[in-house]
Design a protein around this ligand. Sequence first.
Ligand code: ADE
Length: 234
Amino acid sequence: MTDRPLRIDIITIFPAMVKGFVEESILKRAMAMERVFFNVVDLRNYTTDKHRTTDDRAYGGGPGMVMKPEPLFAAVDTLKTAGSRVLLMTPQGRRFDQSVAETLAPEKHLIFLCGHYEGVDERVRTALATDELSIGDYVLTNGTLAAVVVVDAITRLLPGVLGGEGATTEESFRQGLLEYPQYTRPAEFRGMPVPQVLRSGDHAAIARWRADQARERTRKRRPDLFKEGMGYVS
Ligand code: ADE
């Protein structure tokens, strides 16, 4: 992990959407700490026609519009630096998960390309994007939403951004397990007590209980993630 801020550019036709997110989120804090340098780019600033057109009809016909290549190429040409990664948000991309977030967090510069509606000209995929990312097997109308999800997951991994040491190391997925149940006061609420072990002060017993709970929860809810022997504490 470098000490330089991670530079993130989001190229979108909905810059106001991203700005709202930035102002209300962990990203604001990460920027204040100079962990992230964040820039929202209005794709329309890279159009050359009077109507600031970013999409057009598909060759071969069919419903829906396709995002034109020229503004996207022009924007990336202006923004790119040595070693920048250009991430195209698309349901056809690699499935984003915690391990992908961990590989992106140490990068120097991420440029997000946000598609919308029917899709983007194929030459953007083949000659501009270095990566294609999907946030799940469903189709959004707006890749900007997907980019914001990915930016949030990456930003919170940057050193110091979350505050409390260890906050990211114990959570869901870090050890391939879902999180154990958490409680805070009151000790009993509407007839539902906090498990006695958590109030016992016995740290070894608490660690064992949490490991058991995380393992059982993962086995039941996400058998696809579960491997025998996971999460045992010695
Ligand atoms: N754009 C539309 N749907 C998407 C998805 N599931 N992931 C990433 N970008 C998208």
